[in-house]
Design a protein around this ligand. Structure first.
Ligand code: 0GY
Length: 301
């Protein structure tokens, strides 16, 4: 089965930036392999196989420790590849699943035991057919007792319409890729300012300062995206996450080098304190809170 976009980088650079110990890549995917985990019939693109073994190789190569693996639209609501990657991760990966509101309690508990900690609501029209908001609200209800959070993916022009719905969500809400600003506009543009205001007014909103490779219009090294990421890191230092977005589904303009993506981190988080929050403290609080609790009681080194 041929992928309909570029493959991931075969040989990414070793980054110059040394990530702090325990750094988390908080947005990445596993795809297939299709022979074991076939792609969804309703998918809008066919990805390149990107199995868990390759993700672990990349994590180690970049000097990171953990991954948050996000269910992508090409696997639909079948989370089998994600769950397989989580259970074989030795506790070093947590997951974001895509579920149906009628999923059984047993299924949900199995996902929780495997390491799922969130569900994803995808509003990007080129990726998914639209889901009625009532369905998303029912899903939010189903996950409440597990203490999971909600990851949302939308594009900047759609935010205005989504705000009333997003504000109803009774959990932490993590917005993928800074709400996908149009970086041809200045950060003072009303679309980006609407997103900043949402973060300012609602303490339960977090965001991933990720995906410069998708948002850029200039190409590597993505200098046109950096001001947007830096503003969010500096305004909301305790509510930002960072991820590679490996293996970069739907990239058609160029093949991102994850080593270069890591080297952008010190440009968007300028101090070691900001870097530690972005890469360690924040993702640990959201995805491995039990480890923080154990280490504060002296149960872990
Ligand atoms: C990403 C971005 C994309 C794809 C998906 O679920 C998906 O298929 O999220 C995209 O094409 O922008 O975060 O992987």
């Amino acid at each position: 089965m041929d992928a309909d976009y570029l493959p991931f980088h075969p040989n990414p650079a070793k980054p110059s930036f040394v990530a702090p110990p325990g750094a988390v890549d908080a947005h990445c995917h596993v795809f297939g392999p299709a022979v074991t985990f076939p792609y969804a019939a309703e998918r809008k693109y066919t990805p390149c196989d990107a199995p868990k073994s390759k993700l672990v190789e990349l994590r180690d190569h970049l000097g990171f420790s953990r991954n948050v693996i996000v269910q992508a639209s090409c696997h639909g609501r079948n989370n089998a590849a994600l769950l397989d990657a989580l259970v074989s991760s030795n506790g070093l990966a947590r997951g974001v699943a895509v579920i149906d509101p009628d999923i059984s309690d047993i299924e949900l508990e199995k996902m929780d035991a495997a390491g799922v900690r969130a569900v994803r609501f995808n509003f990007v029209k080129r990726l998914v057919d639209s889901t009625p908001k009532e369905i998303f609200l029912r899903i939010a209800d189903r996950i409440a007792k597990l203490g999971w959070h909600i990851v949302v993916y939308f594009e900047a022009p759609d935010l205005e319409e989504l705000v009333p719905f997003l504000k109803k969500l009774p959990a932490i809400v993590v917005v993928d890729h800074m709400g996908r600003p149009d970086v041809l506009n200045n950060p003072s543009h009303p679309d980006f300012q609407r997103f900043v205001k949402l973060m300012e007014d609602n303490q339960n909103f977090w965001t991933k300062v990720s995906c410069p490779e998708r948002l850029t219009t200039q190409g590597p090294p993505y200098d046109d995206v950096i001001p947007f990421s830096r503003i969010l890191v500096e305004m909301f230092p305790d509510r930002v996450l960072w991820g590679t977005d490996w293996p970069h589904p739907n990239m058609k303009s160029h093949v991102p080098d994850e080593g270069m993506l890591v080297d952008i981190i010190p440009k968007i988080a300028k101090t070691t304190e900001l870097q530690h929050k972005l890469l360690v403290a924040n993702p640990m609080r959201l995805y491995w809170p039990e480890e923080i609790a154990a280490s504060s009681k002296g149960l872990l080194p």
